[in-house]
Each structure stands twice: as C-alpha cells, then as structure tokens.
Design a protein around this ligand. Structure first.
Ligand SMILES: Cc1cc2nc3c(=O)[nH]c(=O)nc-3n(C[C@H](O)[C@H](O)[C@H](O)COP(=O)(O)O)c2cc1C
Length: 181
C-alpha cells in the first residue's frame, strides 16, 4: 500500500510528449511506497477571475486531487524561455479563490526535458518563482536539465541511456527522501 501519493503535472499536452515520457520513466525509478497520479490539465477552461466564486467541475477536480496528495512532481518543457501557458493556467486555477489555494505547503520536484541545449533551465527557474509565491517548497538539488537525444528513452518506457538512468535514479532517491522528511 503506497503511503505517499504524488500528483504529477506535465506541462505539455502533446500526445508523444518527451516530458510525459520522462514522467513515466521517473515513476519507474520511485520507491514502492510511492504512487503517482497524473493530473488532467487539458480540459481546464482559460482562467477567468469572474469564475472564482463558481469554479468549473474540472477545476474542483484538479484542486481535490492536489489536496489529496503528499507531494507534487512538475515535469515541463520550456516554451519561449518560460513555462507553457497550459501549465500557468493550471497553476492559476488551483491557486484561487484568494486564500483557498490547493498548492500551499505541498512539496514539489521540478524537472524537464527539451530539444534545446539549456534543457528547460529557464522554464524551471520561472516555475520556481511562481511556486515560491504559492508557498510550494521545491527540491533545490540536484537540478536536472535534460536535452532530448536519440536513445534516451528505451523501448520499455524506461531510461535507455545508462548514465542518464543513473543520474535520474539519484534524482528520484533525493526527491523521495525529501518528500518523506
Ligand atoms: C511554442 C514552443 C516554444 C518553444 N520554446 C522552446 C524554448 O524556449 N526552449 C527550448 O529548449 N525548446 C523550446 N521549444 C521546443 C521544445 O523543447 C520541444 O517542442 C519539446 O518537444 C516540447 O516538449 P514535449 O515533447 O514534452 O511536448 C519550443 C516548442 C514550442 C512548441
């Protein structure tokens, strides 16, 4: 029985998303007492403050799934040197109404993969800025900036590259220990 339920937020809606694959591969590296639930963000309406007093069912679902979790895992691409709009939209939705944010106090890991050389470093810094305001403590080290390369993901859905696999196992070990602490 898993003791730690982690809510996973993927910043890409793309069917073959590298970040979706990275999340799946990371989950395989997690300890047995962890379980992961991918939060749906593709059906959220564009955030509108007029709706704060009457949030859509999809927003209520998102907030209740966050509240039921012991931790968060953000796996996001970088779009134009920042986080994708769909991710910001989800962050905004679940932060409202004022003083009723679902995010507050949930510890989070931040990681991502892109085809660019900086490997989502800028997007991750932008995300950390937003999360700090939302009172979400983030794992500081190790940082993980991944660039997509042929063979990174194996046919079994795990990490296909031995060095990257070792690095990500270390990342997951630190993340899991931190969530437990
Ligand atoms: C709108 C848009 C903006 C992008 N901007 C960046 C960027 O700033 N830095 C970067 O490394 N890659 C950028 N890319 C390329 C992404 O790394 C690439 O599309 C990646 O596959 C997206 O992640 P995903 O596979 O999880 O969807 C951009 C892609 C799109 C569609």
């Amino acid at each position: 029985m898993s003791q730690y339920q982690i809510a996973v937020v993927i910043g890409s809606l793309r069917r073959e998303s590298f970040n979706g694959k990275l999340a799946d591969a990371l989950i395989k590296l997690a300890p047995a007492e962890f379980s992961f639930k991918r939060l749906r963000i593709d059906d959220l309406p564009p955030y509108n403050q007029d709706d704060d007093a009457n949030q859509a069912e999809q927003v209520k679902r998102l907030k209740s799934e966050i509240k039921a979790s012991q931790g968060l895992l953000f796996v996001t691409p970088e779009y134009n040197r920042s986080i994708p709009g769909v991710l910001k939209n989800a962050l905004d939705h679940a932060s409202r109404p004022y003083n009723q944010s679902a995010w507050a106090g949930k510890p989070a890991g931040v990681i991502g993969i892109s085809i660019g050389a900086v490997g989502t470093a800028v997007a991750q810094q932008h995300l950390r800025t937003v999360l700090a305001y939302l009172d979400v403590p983030t794992l500081g080290q190790p940082e993980a900036f991944l660039t997509m390369k042929e063979g990174l993901f194996g046919a079994d859905g795990g990490i296909g590259n031995a060095d990257t696999g070792k690095f990500l196992q270390g990342w997951m070990d630190r993340y899991a220990a931190w969530i437990k602490s």
